[in-house]
Design a binder for this molecule. Structure first.
Ligand code: AMP
Length: 293
């Protein structure tokens, strides 16, 4: 290493990367002795500004922040994008080092699911709302199993999740409550690109033409919410929004108005607080988004 690159390496803040359960326990035990609050930010990597906003939120809540990076195979169906999911380890490490997170928990699949692993959490309530679960029936079982493991492994005081995955936030909150997991689940509003597109690791799949079309999803949601607030009828307004989204090239999986807390269907805006939730496919990319009314 040249003298120049040595001094650059010295300037780059170091972040501790933990890869085994025993290393994680040693790290966590030390902080427990110091009674320092810990916040966890679970991610699948391919970090963008939405993830980094979660890290900053975690930092405001706790002395120590640990980010997990684990692409969880059990939440992908065989026909989904587990093997092609973007993996950008070096860039992720640099971003987290720049934010001075205290540690990265980066187990491999065998560490999370050793031979003989045979336990699965079967979430109910918001996990059976008929939204994501209808199109990805395997998804919340996989998410809950991995998040329960992460919460038990790290035993954080707080764990930060994004409203971008709104149903997931409600499912994880219900699971932590139902299982008496002593971690406070904290939600963060969706971080968006300047043109309104919700940031997502999967946006990397969009072709330049699709990237130009993608912000129409959020635009249609915003317009729908505006009209509903103004007293427009629910079913017809949702139908028009869906038609507008399909007209620009999306295939809509669902566009629904739900109770913002329970995710139960609602008959009218007065039954709220209301959340609009959408999932739609653009070419090979499936995008989700949601907003409050
Ligand atoms: P993922 O890596 O996609 O599993 O996401 C990890 C966490 O980041 C989840 O809690 C997501 O809800 C959250 N997240 C992803 N995208 C965004 C975004 N655009 N704004 C806020 N949070 C996000």
């Amino acid at each position: 290493m040249s003298a120049k690159s040595k001094s650059a390496a010295r300037r780059q803040p170091k972040v501790q990367v933990l890869r085994t359960i025993s290393a994680l326990r040693a790290w966590r035990g030390e902080l427990r002795r110091k009674t320092q609050p810990v916040a966890l930010v679970p991610t699948m990597g391919a970090l963008h500004d939405g993830h980094l906003a979660l890290v900053r939120l975690a930092r405001r809540r706790a002395d120590r922040v640990i980010v997990s990076i684990f692409v969880n195979p059990t939440q992908f169906a065989p026909n989904e994008d587990f093997s092609s999911y973007p993996r950008t380890w070096d860039a992720d490490l640099a971003k987290l080092a720049a934010l001075q997170v205290d540690a990265i928990w980066a187990p491999d699949v065998k560490t999370m699911y050793p031979d003989g692993f045979s336990t699965k959490i079967a979430p109910g309530g918001p996990a059976l709302a008929g939204l994501e679960d209808k199109f990805r029936p395997h998804f919340f079982g996989g998410v809950c199993t991995v998040v329960a493991k992460l919460l038990l492994q790290v035993a954080p005081d707080f764990a930060a999740f994004g409203e971008k995955d709104y149903q997931q936030l409600k499912v994880v909150t219900a699971m932590a409550r139902d299982l008496d997991i002593p971690t406070r689940i904290v939600g963060l509003p969706t971080v968006r690109e300047k043109d309104g597109l919700a940031m997502s690791s999967r946006n990397a799949y969009l072709s330049p033409a699709e990237r130009g079309v993608a912000p129409n999803l959020h635009r249609a949601l915003k317009e729908c919410a505006r009209r509903l607030k103004g007293g427009a009828p629910l079913a017809a307004t949702l139908g028009e929004a869906e038609a507008a989204i399909e007209a620009v090239g999306f295939a809509v999986d669902y566009l629904e108005a739900r109770h913002a807390e329970t995710l139960a269907p609602i008959a009218a805006i007065k039954d709220g607080p209301v959340r609009l939730l959408v999932a739609a496919r653009l070419g090979r990319t499936r995008l989700i988004d949601n907003i409050g009314v």
